[in-house]
Design a binder for this molecule. Structure first.
Ligand SMILES: NC(=O)C1=CN([C@@H]2O[C@H](COP(=O)(O)OP(=O)(O)OC[C@H]3O[C@@H](n4cnc5c(N)ncnc54)[C@H](OP(=O)(O)O)[C@@H]3O)[C@@H](O)[C@H]2O)C=CC1
Ligand SMILES: O=C1O[C@H](COP(=O)(O)O)[C@@H](O)[C@H](O)[C@H]1O
Length: 500
């Protein structure tokens, strides 16, 4: 809630060390800024998580005045904010925003930008803390970062940080090249590579959730877990993003970043509350232990598919190849399923199954731990109707923890699976971008992808990209609105499992 007492706001911020700053937003007229970033800043503001004084400078080639820009920001809040927009405080929030008509490819633009940043720092008595948010196409990142250095915009007496959007490269070589370029202007600890899955509250809380619940902790036992399943299914199709998506596919769009980050976060299993550095080290260890899928192992461990026409929630939808902007001959993947193994002491021999796709039957991101069945040889007691115990962590769109157990149905006297679900009492979850922006303001990079993780992810993905390019793996199909291709079910059936 918006505090009526400015001193209480200051006190709270001091506790969290959010210092006065300038947010320089490249791509201020774009879709991401409108749908996610302005609402995120506003929600941080009304929750007293912004510094008492801050300046936002929006940049784009579209010629806006400050007034027009502030009106656009207000419209974005009214259209996309997760909660109501309060009249109280709104004007004060909006007056922090200034706009600079700016072409990232022109050197003179940076002089103008520097002047505006300094003018606002002086007007507001702000320290020279500058948070640069690159919400622009990857092709502009190089030119922006090098100009930030040569123009002096990134030479500050305070801190400087750079938030970079995905995609971070399109393969291992381009990611390395991009990283080299960023590193000429920023240190690794100043670079915040956004992966919005790491901003989802359930993902951020995964580690502590297990630590604070000894019951859950006790389930994290190598002897008990049969497999882990990570699903990110979407009902939307390619939408208006064909030019990007048809080159990226599900493998680059979801697997290289979000899915592998979920694998790392799931496999962490830390014995106690860890420091950010420890978490990062552990994540890198997990990536190093991730068994490569390549050559002969490819066909058996990876399913690649594309949707054909079907219906989603009763509405007919076209095949991927009929979507606007997608070539009729496209061989792009809109679905990936994979069997992974982490060759370390804890996860040795426990398969991780991943699947992600567009135009599936439901929107759901979840992690399911399937537990081993009770050994029959104990006492020969194997009643009918038993199902495996499951621990289901629903990450989005709603958060919950469910446990599937076997219970006897008194009317049939048979066992059947029964699920109990726990949800938080709050229905006011912060958006991922809100959480991550706040972390970046605090200088906490725990939930951003560090370079080593990104590099190892690309390294793991690279043989797959090459195999896809050479058509070494068939591109199978699935109907829009279905649960995915038959081949993905067979992947688990071969191990006597099924998807949950
Ligand atoms: N939209 C989304 O949901 C998501 C986006 N992303 C990533 O975020 C980034 C931005 O995406 P999105 O907002 O959708 O893209 P848009 O195409 O909507 O916006 C691009 C922005 O870049 C600006 N821009 C383009 N060329 C120049 C230039 N020469 N100089 C200065 N500014 C320029 C545009 O402003 P103008 O035209 O006024 O110059 C516009 O503000 C991309 O990297 C994307 O991959 C990541 C996840 C989700
Ligand atoms: O980064 C991306 O994520 C979205 C899915 O995000 P979610 O938070 O809705 O699960 C996906 O639609 C998009 O293609 C991808 O670029």
């Amino acid at each position: 809630m918006l505090s009526n007492d400015p001193s209480s706001k200051k006190e709270e911020n001091n506790e969290q060390n959010v210092t006065g700053m300038t947010i320089v937003l490249f791509g201020a007229t774009g879709d991401l800024a409108k749908r996610k970033l302005y609402p995120a800043l506003y929600n941080l503001y009304i929750e007293n998580k912004m510094p008492e004084t801050f300046s936002v400078i929006g940049l784009g080639r579209t010629p806006y005045t400050d007034d027009v820009f502030q009106t656009k920001v207000e419209q974005s809040l009214r259209n996309y904010s997760r909660g109501p927009v309060h009249d109280k405080g709104l004007q004060q929030f909006l007056t922090s925003f200034r706009y600079c008509t700016f072409d990232a490819t022109e050197t003179d633009s940076y002089k103008k930008l520097n002047g505006l940043i300094e003018q606002r720092e002086n007007e507001l008595s702000l320290p020279q803390n500058r948070l640069f948010y690159l919400s622009v196409a990857p092709s502009l990142i190089d030119v922006i970062t090098s100009n930030l250095t040569t123009s002096g915009v990134s030479q500050t007496t305070g801190w400087k940080r750079l938030i970079v959007e995905k995609p971070f490269g399109s393969d291992l070589a381009s990611a390395r090249e991009l990283n080299e370029k960023l590193r000429t202007a920023f240190h690794e600890d100043e670079i915040y590579r956004i992966d919005h899955y790491l901003g989802k509250p359930m993902v951020q809380n995964l580690e502590t959730l297990i630590l604070v619940n000894p019951v859950l902790d006790s389930l994290f036992n190598h002897q008990l877990i049969a497999n882990v399943q990570i699903t990110a299914s979407e009902t939307v199709g390619v939408e208006s993003r064909a030019p990007y998506y048809d080159k990226a596919g599900a493998i680059r769009d979801m697997v290289q970043n979000h899915m592998l980050q979920l694998v790392m976060m799931t496999a962490l299993h830390l014995p106690r509350k860890a420091q950010p550095e420890e978490i990062r080290t552990k994540k890198v260890e997990i990536m190093k232990a991730l068994r490569p899928i390549q050559g002969e192992t490819l066909q058996d461990n990876l399913i690649r598919a594309q949707y054909v026409e079907g219906d989603v929630f009763g509405i007919d939808v076209p095949a991927y190849r009929e979507e606007p902007g997608v070539p009729q001959s496209s061989m792009n993947d809109t679905y990936i399923a994979a069997r992974l193994f982490i060759d370390n002491e804890f996860w040795n021999g426990i398969p991780f199954y991943l699947r992600t796709g567009k135009r599936l039957d439901k929107k759901s991101t979840r992690i399911v731990f399937e537990f081993k069945e009770r050994p029959a040889e104990i006492d020969d007691y194997t009643p009918e109707g038993l199902a495996p115990n499951l621990l289901i962590l629903e990450i989005s769109p709603n958060e919950s923890i469910s446990l599937q157990v076997n219970m006897k149905n008194p009317s049939t006297d048979r066992f059947e699976p029964s699920t109990i679900t726990f949800t938080s009492n709050s229905n006011n979850q912060p958006e991922a971008y809100e959480v991550l922006l706040h972390d970046a303001m605090l200088g906490n990079a725990t939930f951003f992808a560090n370079w080593k993780e990104v590099e190892l992810s690309w390294q793991w993905i690279q043989p797959l990209l090459e195999a896809f390019k050479e058509n070494e793996l068939p591109l199978v199909t699935y109907s829009a609105g279905s649960t995915g291709p038959r081949e993905a079910r067979q992947l688990l059936a071969a191990d006597h499992f099924k998807w949950w």
